[in-house]
Design a protein around this ligand. Structure first.
Ligand code: ATP
Length: 241
């Protein structure tokens, strides 16, 4: 059976080669496989390139060497739009498209030639705690946490098989954060949705993931079961989150 996602020897050099860096690359030789639907937390201290890696996987950023394969197909075999219907990136700083909440929810479906599924959209908005929002409201007027959740729902409407989540609960209050965590766990159970979730929140990583990818010094130094990662953490003093 073809693996869901393969990262083969991914290397990303620093943008500014004049800058004094201790190494020439942001990250190098990142190799990992998601064999079947799985929940991964991508951890590591600031500046390791976690967001950049997600953007590479979403084809929003180029790679200097290496290859990504989705269900056995390389980026050269699939057009970008089809790729992004399967593997959706939800950014840390959510960007609202011009117009209303309704425009935001429908535009992505329109872009991908998908019918807008209003009842799914209403369910998802409820699941993330936004059922009270009037869809005619201008998206730009939403709070940061509301924008973050609308952006998540917008991506979920595409029903991607893999979600790339970049600190998607960073600007949420505790209850909204729990709503989002529960929704993503439910989607994994019911729809076999996989995710790679960048977070600095260890409690969240324990709760939402079954595997940890840990980046350090530009390498993927740990790829292990979540339980094992946290059991060993005290003895691995270099692990910083
Ligand atoms: N487009 C860009 N041009 C130049 N430098 C960039 C660009 N994008 C990221 N960087 C730099 O690459 C490094 C890694 O950034 P990235 O956001 O991927 O790290 P991160 O591990 O996600 O960090 P954090 O946990 O703080 O979000 C940083 O030093 C950042 O300034």
């Amino acid at each position: 059976m073809k693996a869901l996602l393969e990262l083969k020897n991914l290397t990303k050099n620093y943008w500014d080669t004049n800058e004094k860096n201790s190494r020439p690359f942001l990250f190098a030789h990142i190799t990992a496989t998601i064999q079947s639907p799985e929940r991964i937390a991508l951890l590591g201290k600031s500046g390791q390139g976690k967001s950049t890696l997600l953007r590479v996987l979403a084809l929003l950023e180029s790679i200097d060497s290496g290859e990504v394969r989705l269900k056995g197909l390389s980026t050269k075999d699939i057009d970008t739009r089809a790729w992004r219907m399967n593997i959706a990136y939800v950014a840390q700083q959510s960007v609202m498209l011009p117009g209303t909440i309704m425009d935001n929810l429908t535009t992505v479906s329109n872009l991908h030639n998908r019918a807008f599924d209003e009842s799914s959209a209403r369910c998802l908005m409820k699941d993330v705690g936004l059922e009270h929002l009037e869809w005619g409201k201008q998206a730009i007027d939403l709070s940061g946490g509301e924008k973050q959740r609308v952006a998540l729902v917008r991506s979920l409407l595409l029903k991607p098989s893999i979600l790339l989540l970049d600190e998607v609960t960073a600007s949420l209050d505790q209850q909204s954060k729990e709503y989002v965590e529960q929704l993503l766990l439910k989607l994994h159970m019911e729809e076999a949705t996989s995710f790679i979730w960048v977070t600095h929140d260890t409690e969240q990583a324990k709760k939402i993931s079954e595997r940890i990818w840990y980046m350090e010094d530009g390498k993927l130094t740990i790829d292990t079961k979540t339980k094992q990662f946290f059991e060993n953490r005290n003895s691995v003093c270099s692990v910083t989150l």
